[in-house]
Structures are given as C-alpha cells and as structure tokens.
Ligand binder design. Structure first.
Ligand SMILES: [Zn+2]
Length: 87
C-alpha cells in the first residue's frame, strides 16, 4: 500500500514538472517570437532600398543617404555643392 502511494506521489511530481517545463517552453517561444518580430521591424531596410546621389550618381543605401526634399546625397558636401548655383 505504501509502495502504491509512493508511486502516485512520484507520478504526480513528474506530471507537475512536465507541466512546468511545457509552460516554460511556451513562454520562451513567445519571447523569441516577440524579439524576432522586433528585430525585423528595427532591421535595416532591404538592399532594394538604394538611392542615387543627385550630385555624383553614387548608389547608397537610403538609410545612409542625406535627404533634401525628393533628392538624396551620399555626403553633406554633395548636398551643399548641388545647392550652390553653377556657373
Ligand atoms: Zn555624392
């Protein structure tokens, strides 16, 4: 009889541990999904987002470009040079 009780207690403990492990894994998976979603939102734009410098024609990622209205520049110097009247 004591052995049967001990078996029941062991089964109950194992069951409780399995439940805890399952819940822990679920939480871990949710946290990973959340962080990967955040990462993709924060990530740099795709390589497709390239723009051309309006002054020298160099192609640069839009994230690194200097924007002036609807024009993009690879560096501040080119923005200023393009704004200066040409003679
Ligand atoms: Zn340029």
């Amino acid at each position: 009889m004591v052995q049967l009780l001990r078996l029941i207690v062991i089964i109950a403990i194992v069951w409780a541990l399995l439940q805890l492990a399952r819940r822990g894994l679920e939480r871990l998976r949710q946290a990973q999904a959340k962080s990967s979603r955040k990462r993709s939102r924060r990530g740099k734009p795709a390589i497709g987002d390239m723009v051309q410098c309006a002054f020298c024609g160099t192609h640069i990622p839009q994230a690194d470009a200097i924007r002036a209205g609807d024009r993009y520049y690879c560096q501040q110097k080119h923005l200023q040079a393009d704004r200066q009247p040409k003679d």
